[in-house]
Design a protein. Sequence first.
Length: 219
Amino acid sequence: MSTAATVRHPLYSPRMTRTAVLIDFGGVITTSVLRAFEQFGELLGAPSGLIRDLLSHDTTARELLVEHECGRIDADAFDRGFADRLCAHGVEVQPERLSARMQAGLRRDDDTVRLIDDLRAGGVPIALVSNAFGRDTYAGFDLDALADVFVISSEVGIRKPSRRIYAIACERLGIDPGQAVMVDDLQQNLDGGRPGSGSPACCTPTPPTPANSSPSASA
């Protein structure tokens, strides 16, 4: 399913018209984060899926990711710790700029950027809601051209899929959560906004897969 089709066919509520969009960064405005991780692992000679699996299931690696995305440790601390976890699983890697190198395969998704331009030109307010990963996550992107407000996990100390981060985005847009459509590439992040009345409508630009259950990074 294309990103454009996703946004144009949200899960409408009969009680409230959807008038705003909460959009993810990595994997939506960019190409797949998970694929970038896999490409980096291939360069290292790592077993297929190792990086994703460590971030999903390894207690130490997962804690590093959560602490980093919430802004409690910086990129250097994450890089050192995650390099250690890779080494513990037989993959030798230098920690310098590790998180940046993990994302080196990311590219701008021009279709999504054009869609955002169209929505904003039509007066639809946009909030960028993103779990920050690495030091230069948003380098090369004009965020002011992509969204009206920004909610970055490391700045607010909360990460997706917490419902609170979506609530902050709605507050900054000045809308009720029930007026928002959320766009994300990870099912767990979509589920965070789905339960309960008044929660944002949820849609995904890619079909759910087992990989979508991994923790976010730049998502």
